[in-house]
Unconditional design. Structure first.
Length: 137
């Protein structure tokens, strides 16, 4: 599948958390996948800044999708099995961008680093995601 078709496929998920959070995949290459999410009041915590859980949802979305896209094997099911996040800077509006890059692309277990930045490319959060890949039943 070509890049444009794959981006369209990943952006066509309706009735999912990705649609609820307005997550949009914007690019991918041989060793990265990038998605963005708007920071609006619907993803704020009570103090009016981005909720860490929304950031982690974006990170897991882009990391799990990276495992699928970069694996290049559509006969595999991908699941996130562990995620950790360090939130370094707050943001209350604009967009955040999550870039997933592999640390280790094992056949069954993959490890991803996901950097979440603002529109000025300042680091907002850094996440680490472990994914599990298995053959579809």
């Amino acid at each position: 599948m070509d890049k444009e078709s794959l981006l369209k496929f990943f952006n066509s998920n309706s009735n999912t958390l990705m649609q609820t959070l307005d997550i949009e995949f914007v690019d991918f290459g041989d060793d990265f996948v990038i998605a963005k999410m708007p920071v609006t009041s619907k993803v704020h915590q009570p103090e009016g800044v981005l909720h860490g859980g929304a950031t982690v949802a974006l990170a897991e979305t882009v990391g799990s999708s990276a495992a699928f896209i970069l694996n290049k094997n559509t006969n595999r099911t991908i699941r996130g099995i562990e995620i950790s996040a360090n939130h370094l800077k707050s943001i209350s509006n604009g967009y955040i961008y999550a870039t997933a890059r592999p640390i280790n692309k094992g056949k069954t277990i993959q490890l991803w680093e996901i950097k979440v930045t603002n529109e000025e490319n300042e680091l907002i959060s850094i996440c680490k995601l472990t994914t599990y890949s298995r053959k579809k039943k």
